[in-house]
Design a protein around this ligand. Structure first.
Ligand code: 3PY
Ligand code: MG
Length: 261
């Protein structure tokens, strides 16, 4: 893994440009120890989930320090498309953000603008923790180059508008939320994306992203990850703390109880 957030950002973008898949870990917990344990497995990146998990402002610095021990680049999923929150996460040293529920060009412009300094954007100066990492000095240009802005396409409306979303300068890519996308289409949420219409929408998003040279990602069911790699998805949430703990603990207990029976 790389030694600065700028290098980490460059490396991830290079891998996406070279059409390589990257596999990440998703952390809902507010525990730095859980982040350390998952990062010891060397994911390509880690997402600290502030939308549905516990990655709130007070705990994020500790989680970022924990990921830094293993030099795993950290991306924060912010709870909403809010410039102040996005700016804080970048100031604290996140390599990028995932912004939920981006439905149209205006939403995408708001997210991208929060990740960039003026005149192109509206990020405010004060990256105190981010500036501690090399290269020094941290300049607006370094901040702009580093910050990865991934927007979530996770409604039928967003899929209909995906061309204009992806066309926004400063949007690096799209993260498709298969669960919210299914719900917005009136279907049951499913990580296995069994519904052909939802699947077709995800493939359409892929086509638009790839035509625009932007990365596309999702959170697949573990058993289906290769399907999505073959489809050209490159930012894949593969391991989640919640799933690993629940599933592995359940399997171990079931095995022990079967051996007792
Ligand atoms: C969704 O599927 O809606 C998500 O946000 C997955 O992280
Ligand atoms: Mg969602």
């Amino acid at each position: 893994m790389s030694s600065s957030v700028l290098e980490a950002s460059r490396l991830l973008k290079r891998r996406w440009t070279a059409d390589e898949p990257t596999f990440g870990a998703w952390v809902a917990s507010d525990s730095a120890h859980v982040v350390e344990l998952l990062c010891a497995a060397s994911p390509d990146w880690i997402v600290l989930d502030g939308q549905h998990g516990y990655a709130s402002l007070p705990v994020v610095p500790g989680l970022l320090r924990a990921a830094a021990i293993s030099r795993v680049p950290s991306i924060v999923r912010v709870p909403e498309n809010n410039g102040a929150v996005i700016g804080s996460m970048l100031d604290l040293g996140a390599v990028g953000v995932i912004v939920p529920m981006v439905d149209d060009r205006a939403d995408a412009e708001r997210a991208a603008s929060a990740c960039r300094y003026g005149p192109a954007g509206r990020r405010s100066w004060g990256a105190f923790r981010a500036a501690l990492a090399p290269p020094a000095p941290y300049t607006p240009a370094v901040g702009d180059e580093t910050a990865i802005c991934l927007v979530m396409v996770e409604t039928v409306k967003a899929v209909a508008n995906v061309e204009e979303i992806v066309a926004v300068d400063g949007v690096d890519g799209v993260f498709v939320g298969p669960l919210d996308l299914a719900i917005s289409a009136g279907k049951p949420p499913s990580y296995t994306v069994d519904d052909p219409d939802v699947r077709a929408q995800m493939l359409h998003v892929r086509d638009v992203c790839r035509a625009a040279g932007k990365v596309v990602g999702t959170f697949p069911a573990t058993a289906h990850v290769h399907r999505w790699v073959e489809e050209g998805y490159q930012f894949l949430g593969l391991v989640s703390d919640a799933e690993v703990l629940t599933r592995v603990a359940g399997q171990m207990l079931a095995t022990a109880r079967k051996e007792q029976a």
